[in-house]
Design a protein around this ligand. Structure first.
Ligand SMILES: Nc1ncnc2c1ncn2[C@@H]1O[C@H](COP(=O)(O)OP(=O)(O)OP(=O)(O)O)[C@@H](O)[C@H]1O
Ligand SMILES: [Mg+2]
Length: 347
């Protein structure tokens, strides 16, 4: 559903499954989302709905036996479009994308920083992978990057080790690593969950500032609706491995069109006071990933369920405006041949 030429990444029907003795885990099961150049897309949804696995799938970082089994991840570069889902996870092409187009930061900085190597050496190595510069120049650039992410005395810290830094400063160093490749897209998977509230706010402010300066898009996974309100241009709401709705942030808060989005927002006293509220669970339990409901995955918990329809028909993404879509049968016209009377119903 590309609606303008600012689309940087288009994800269509992405599925990532894990074969397991008890049955296949459908961690990502038909994700549709769009990231626009220079904009922030926040991805929200209850624990286990597939946010992290979606992010890892975009970069082909799924650990075996997990595997992308369907869908497209279209990266629009200036003169070409590449389907990242079709690339080999260990091939040269995806490594080039990870080093040049897309970078990722995680909740735990030590997943991308080594404790036993100097911060500067790690940055210099990362810089020299992407840029054709000598050691001395790379060191200068490393110091610049550390300054850019707000690390004090960067000319001293460049020779320090990550374990000498506080949690917030380590997170800043990780962001510097991610920025070393000047990505068009930064994927941040709950980058501040482990930090105190003040440091969280500082890191978010830093990301927003860097975005303004560098013009990169951000895909931000978060549980915090206050962060969504502050950071997002658009929001994608996930449920059981699918994106049930994507829309501009104001529409999500003021005119949610999917019953799941509405239920999520109801769990917050008032949007204006959403500042530090986390997403609450809504009534009913999230089904086990081994035991997905038939039809719409949300129908057993949905207050607007249409019996006989929602339990049999799988909703597809319906376009509800230039930049929004929702996967809900409330928005799909009833097609006679798709209604009652299937073999499964009659039993
Ligand atoms: N290595 C794995 N093998 C099998 N299943 C997995 C594996 N990793 C994740 N899953 C399953 O994939 C589903 C999605 O997990 P994911 O980590 O993407 O959720 P999430 O939305 O990021 O949750 P959280 O908010 O808790 O971080 C879960 O049901 C999880 O149990
Ligand atoms: Mg996660």
């Amino acid at each position: 559903m590309p609606d303008n030429d600012n689309v940087l990444l288009e994800v269509r029907g992405l599925k990532t499954h894990f074969p397991a003795p008890a049955g296949t885990v459908r961690a990502v099961d038909g994700v549709d989302l769009t990231v626009r150049a220079g904009k922030t897309l926040c991805v929200v949804g209850e624990s286990g709905c597939g946010k992290s696995m979606t992010a890892r799938s975009l970069m082909q970082l799924v650990e075996p036996p997990g595997k992308i089994v369907a869908g497209e991840v279209l990266l629009h570069r200036r003169h070409e479009t590449i389907d990242l889902a079709g690339l080999s996870p260990r091939g040269r092409k995806i490594r080039e994308v990870r080093g040049r187009d897309i970078a990722m930061i995680f909740q735990e900085p030590m997943t991308s920083l080594s404790l036993v190597h100097r911060i500067g050496d790690q940055l210099i190595e990362a810089i020299r992978v992407h840029r054709d510069v000598g050691k001395r120049q790379a060191r200068e650039q490393a110091i610049e990057l550390l300054a850019k992410v707000g690390i004090p005395r960067p000319d001293k810290l460049v020779d320090g080790y990550p374990f000498q830094l506080s949690g917030g400063m380590r997170q800043r160093a990780m962001i510097a690593m991610a920025l070393s490749c000047e990505p068009d897209l930064l994927i941040a998977d709950e980058p501040t969950t482990a930090l105190d509230v003040t440091t969280q706010a500082q890191i978010m402010e830093l990301l927003a500032e860097l975005q303004r300066e560098l013009g990169m898009a951000i895909l931000l996974i978060t549980h915090d609706l206050g962060v969504v309100a502050e950071m997002a241009d658009e929001v994608a709401v996930m449920y059981l491995g699918t994106v049930v709705e994507q829309a501009p942030v104001d529409d999500i808060f003021h005119d949610p069109r999917h019953p799941y989005t509405r239920a999520l927002l109801k769990s917050i006293p008032r949007v204006g006071r959403a500042a530090r509220h986390r997403l609450e669970s809504i009534s009913g339990a999230v089904p086990s990933p081994h035991d997905r409901p038939t039809g719409c995955p949300f129908h057993p918990r949905c207050p607007e369920v249409m019996p006989g329809r929602c339990d049999t028909e799988v909703p597809t993404a319906v376009r509800l405006g230039a930049d929004r879509h929702a996967s809900c049968l409330l928005h799909e016209p009833m097609i006679p041949s798709q209604t009652r009377g299937s073999v499964a119903d009659d039993r």
